[in-house]
Write a protein that binds this ligand. Structure first.
Ligand code: NAD
Ligand code: ZN
Ligand code: ZN
Length: 336
């Protein structure tokens, strides 16, 4: 099969012939129809994070396709079922985190396209217990971004504890951010969008953002405080560390700042403001299988419309360059 392989961190991807993997116990073999390209795949290929993947590996964690082979012991997936992979490829199921509904924090977890091969190929293996169930009739290309971008921002908004009618700032209107605007609206929140590119902000407006701020042209902290009196919640999906420090300044008293973006770096946090304004700053990492099922359900009910551009696997390095330079509107989806 053809797959895009990272042979060396920082060395780009190489589209090459690799063997179709055979499903072990508990796994299914999936023939891919589509996969989203997440900025995380770029961080993985570049080796941006402290915990690095080991080449060679196949990135991709928004893959959708058809079950074509079923491994031993799999009882609830069958030939022809449409399934997807997700960042959470495996969790142990028995540790404190798994037992308390926080499988995304499991220390034994495996991650698609990072510690196990992902969806940038014509076939992939998926653990049947962690496979996303794709609803009947769903467009495989359009639903792909829900498997990471969708569930991640949906979970981030949930843990922000923002309630209907309250303001949320979505900082970074890329693959994650443009669906975050839609989830926020569907959850009854009022949305202010911050990015550094006008085309991204236009997309946010189209999906229902009432306020947009271009952080390249004006100070986003002053603008958010002046326009809406600060936000009850701020969801940061931006890929620049500057957005993280700014997010704290955008909060209303008692507000919650949720970080989901993962650019390498640190951010400054003012002790005085954090204490006196009783701010909550928290990280959020993808979502559990239940969060994913809920995020898919929002899509299935017609509430979320990812803005996708379909490209071929051969173009993967061009896509990565466009992502790095901030030139992707919404999500690129590879069609097989
Ligand atoms: P993307 O490249 O599609 O979007 C990033 C957006 O950030 C772009 O619109 C860009 O213009 C904007 N941006 C850049 N600098 C900015 C600034 N200073 N202020 C405001 N906006 C700015 O990326 P994506 O696929 O949406 O992923 C975003 C980040 O989220 C990545 O770091 C990715 O690794 C991370 N991520 C985290 C999780 C998680 O579970 N926590 C899941 C998926 C992705
Ligand atoms: Zn992702
Ligand atoms: Zn566990």
């Amino acid at each position: 099969m053809q797959a895009a392989v990272v042979n060396q961190l920082g060395g780009g991807l190489s589209v090459e012939d690799v063997e179709v993997p055979a499903p072990g116990p508990g796994q299914v073999l999936v023939k891919l129809v589509a996969t989203g390209v997440c900025h995380t795949d770029l961080h993985a290929a570049d080796g941006d994070w402290p915990v690095k993947p080991s080449p060679p590996f196949i990135p991709g964690h928004e893959g959708v396709g058809e079950v074509v082979q079923v491994g031993e012991g799999v009882t609830d997936l069958h030939l022809g079922d449409m399934v997807g992979n997700a960042w959470l490829a495996y969790a142990c199921g028995v540790c404190e985190y798994c037992r308390t509904g926080w499988e995304t924090l499991c220390e034994q977890q495996k991650n698609s396209g990072y510690s196990v091969d992902g969806s940038f190929g014509q076939y992939m293996l998926v653990d049947a217990r962690f496979a996303a169930r794709i609803p009947e009739g769903a467009d495989p290309q359009e639903i792909a971004p829900i498997l990471c971008a969708g569930v991640t921002v949906y979970k981030g908004l949930k843990v922000s504890e923002a309630r209907p009618g309250q303001w949320v700032v979505i900082s970074g209107i890329g693959g994650l951010g443009h669906v975050a605007v839609q989830y926020a609206i569907a959850m009854g929140l009022r949305v202010a969008a911050v990015d550094i590119a006008d085309d991204k902000l236009e997309l946010a407006r189209k999906y229902g953002a009432e306020v947009v701020v271009n952080a390249r042209n004006e100070d986003p902290v002053a603008a958010i405080q002046q326009k809406i009196g600060g936000a009850h919640a701020i969801l940061v999906t931006a890929v620049h560390p500057a957005a993280f420090g700014q997010a704290i300044g955008m909060a209303r008293r008692g507000g919650t700042i949720v970080f989901v973006g993962l650019p390498p770096g640190d951010f400054p946090a003012p002790i005085f403001d954090t204490v006196l304004k009783a701010l909550t700053i928290r990280g959020s990492i993808v979502g559990t299988r239940q969060d994913l099922a809920e995020a898919i359900d929002f899509y299935d009910r017609g509430l979320i419309h990812p803005n996708i551009t379909v490209r071929s696997l051969q173009e993967i390095n061009d896509v990565m360059t466009e992502l790095r330079e901030g030139h992707v509107d919404g999500r690129v989806v590879i069609g097989y």
